[in-house]
Each structure stands twice: as C-alpha cells, then as structure tokens.
Ligand binder design. Structure first.
Ligand code: ADP
Ligand code: MG
Length: 383
C-alpha cells in the first residue's frame, strides 16, 4: 500500500476533496456567462486544484478550456510564444489555426513545430523586428478569432498577478484589458496567490482591470470536509483515526489543504514505521516535529536573509496574527515605528512568507510559525 496523501502539485481524483460550494459557484458564473472571474487565496489553499476540477465540468458542457500558468513565464515575449503555442495545441494544430497565426503574426516569422514531449508548439522570432503592443493584441485575440462566435473558450490564467513583474515597455495591464473586453467568445478566470496584488489590480479604480470581473475568494475548506477527507484517506489504507486526533491534525495544519496533506502524509509514515493500525495523538506530534525538522535548514536560511525588523515582525506574527499594528502590538514585540513595520510587512508579503486574509496578517506556513515560536528558535536567536 502506498501513501494515500499527496502534496506539491494540483491534486485530482480521490486525492481531492469536494469543495462543492466553491466549485459550483465558479462553475456557474462562467457557464452562465455573466462575467469573468478573479479567484484569489493565499498559496496552497487549493486554487489550482479547484479550477482543474471545474475545467472538467466546463469541458463536458462543450467549452474549449485553456489553462495557462503565468508562474512559468518571465517576460512578455515568452508569454506570447507560450500563449500562441497553447492556442495552437488546443486547436490540434489544424491548417486553420496555422493560417490564422501565420497571417496575424507574420512579422514574427512563426515556425510550427513539436516540442520534446510531442506537443504542438509555435516558435516566434523576436529578432525579426521590434516587438510591439500590436503583436501582443494579435496574440491575445487568437482565441476570439478561432472561436469565431461558433463556440466559447474558457481561459484560465493562473498566478495572473505575475504580469506586473514583466518588463518590456508595454503597458501590459492596459493592453490585456483593452483586448479581452472585446471578446464575446472567451470567458476568463484569473487566479492569484499574491492576494494583495491581485486585489489591487481588480479593485483600484485607477487600474485597467478595475471592475472587470467578479471577485471570489477561496477560503479554507469547510472543517467537516477536511475531517472526512483525512478519515477516508487513512481508511483507504486500513488505518483508523479518531475524531479528536483528526481535529489535532487540522489544528496544526490550520486546515490549509496543502499542510493537511503534508502532515497527514508524515503521520502515515510514522504509523507505518511503528507497524500501527490506528493513529494516536502522539503520532501527530511526532509527524509535526519531523516536518519542522525537515524544513529547519530552509527556515534558517530564510531567516538569515531577512533584516532584523523583518525577522522580529515574522516572529510576532507567528505568535499573534493581527489586523492592527497599533502601539500596543508594536511595543509588545519590540517592533519599533509604524513605518518600519509597514516596510517590513511589504517585504515579507512580497517574499511570500506572510499572507493576508480577511485583513489579518499571518505566517503562511503553519510549520514555519511553529518553528518561529519553538524553543530551538529562541536558542538559535540568542546565540
Ligand atoms: N480539494 C483538495 N483536496 C485535497 N487536497 C487538496 C485540495 N486542494 C489542494 N489540496 C492540497 O494542497 C496542495 C496545493 O494545492 P494547489 O491547488 O496547488 O494550491 P494553490 O493553487 O492554491 O497554491 C495540493 O498539492 C494538495 O496537497
Ligand atoms: Mg496554484
């Protein structure tokens, strides 16, 4: 029997639990065509897994779905090449799409090939001439043109906020928004983990994407669903676990899907090592400790690279997540001036160590928080 828990990349099948309410909402807004959607949540809450599940339903309805991960892209040029390739592959490299790409991107001398894995790919020649905003528009318009009013695309941009980090002298957000607002045959879903960036992009009235999509936020799964999931997965390998022990798992992992799976996976190994058939609370402690141990070195490296103010703030948030850095809070943790805290906070968020949800700031990784509040960190700090 193998480990019934999986973490790291998006999960499907029986590694996935329902999140029916969130899934249904996302499904129906897009299927009904009332608006585009922004779905945001901190990293590891299960956005990608959720959307991949919902894609199956849209596909059953006859939508042509295209999932596109912005995290793998670092420039406009590479976006254009990969996006043209994605549309080309989604259209099974037919003559029609070859003609279309050939005509609207002729200046970039498109070459149609297959990559090492056999996937149809378009290569563009950016040395042919200066790359312009018009090229980007032509590429973004491809799905609309392909659909030709006869069918509908659903395009998912994962980690969409990354476009803000590409340079290249083209006002990207404006071009994106300007283009896609004319698309009648394409519906868009924007996912993002850097919630503050995404929120600002869509809620700041001075930004091009303002008010252009329905904003949904993905919370943690209902506790009852998480409980059932943990019990069922252990049961699938003939291991039992009592309700109180499950609650301990959910408390330590803060019911964040990734950490629920990571901790449960470690518990499974612990129980297996002692030849048990039932998870006891001590197994949960042992597994939590070994997760912290495994990441100790990584945590230490992270801390070494932070400034004193950032380190103090992160430790404070590990002990006491907050929505208000008032005088009392700053004094309690020796954080100094309000402006110092603000600067440190922005850095911690940008680095992905600190998250914000419902206005509360907290350490995203509950095991990092555990490390920061542990005795061993105190000793390390005072050395
Ligand atoms: N619905 C789910 N059921 C079970 N595990 C999940 C679910 N959603 C996420 N996970 C766990 O969380 C991990 C991260 O999920 P992912 O979808 O990549 O999150 P995000 O896109 O929000 O960062 C997955 O590898 C899996 O272990
Ligand atoms: Mg993701």
């Amino acid at each position: 029997m193998s480990n019934p828990f999986k973490f790291g990349s998006a999960v499907t099948g029986d590694q996935y639990y329902d999140r029916t309410i969130d899934g249904d909402k996302l499904y129906s807004i897009i299927a009904g065509g009332s608006s585009n959607v922004v779905l945001y949540a901190p990293r590891r809450y299960g956005k990608t897994s959720l959307v991949k599940k919902v894609i199956e339903k849209w596909a059953d309805d006859g939508f042509t779905c295209l999932y596109f991960d912005m995290m793998k892209i670092d420039s406009i040029e590479s976006f254009c090449e990969k996006y043209a390739s994605a549309v080309y592959a989604a259209e099974s490299a037919t003559d029609k799409i070859i003609r279309l790409i050939g005509s609207c991107l002729s200046g970039l001398r498109p070459k149609f090939t297959v990559d090492e894995s056999g996937k149809p790919t378009v290569e563009l020649d950016f040395t042919a001439r200066r790359f312009s905003g018009d090229d980007l528009e032509n590429i973004l318009d491809l799905p609309e043109k392909v659909a030709g009013g006869k069918r509908t695309f659903v395009i998912i941009f994962d980690e969409f906020q990354e476009i803000a980090s590409w340079s290249g002298g083209i006002p990207l957000e404006g071009v994106f928004r300007g283009c896609i607002q004319h698309h009648d045959s394409v519906r868009y879903v924007f996912l993002g983990s850097k919630t503050h960036m995404l929120q600002r992009m869509f809620s700041d009235h001075a930004r091009p994407f303002y008010n252009s999509a329905r904003i949904l936020h993905l919370d943690k799964p209902p506790v009852e669903e998480s409980r059932r999931f943990v019990a069922d997965r252990f049961a699938s390998v003939e291991i039992t676990i009592g309700k109180e022990t499950i609650d301990k798992v959910l408390e330590l992992s803060q019911n964040i899907p990734y950490y629920v799976q990571a901790l449960s996976s470690e518990i499974y190994e612990t129980v297996l090592a002692r030849g048990g058939k039932k998870v006891v609370p001590e197994d949960v402690d042992t597994a939590a400790m070994s997760l912290v141990d495994m990441k100790r070195e990584q945590y230490e490296i992270i801390l070494e690279e932070l400034s004193g103010a950032q380190r103090r703030l992160l430790s404070a948030l590990a002990i006491s997540p907050t929505d208000c850095f008032d005088e009392a809070y700053r004094q309690r943790f020796g954080l100094g001036q309000s402006s110092t805290v603000h600067g440190a906070l922005l850095k911690l968020i940008a680095k992905g160590y600190c998250e914000r949800l419902n206005a509360v700031y907290f350490v995203g990784d509950p095991f990092f928080a555990r490390y920061l509040t542990s005795a061993s960190y105190e000793i390390h700090k005072s050395e």
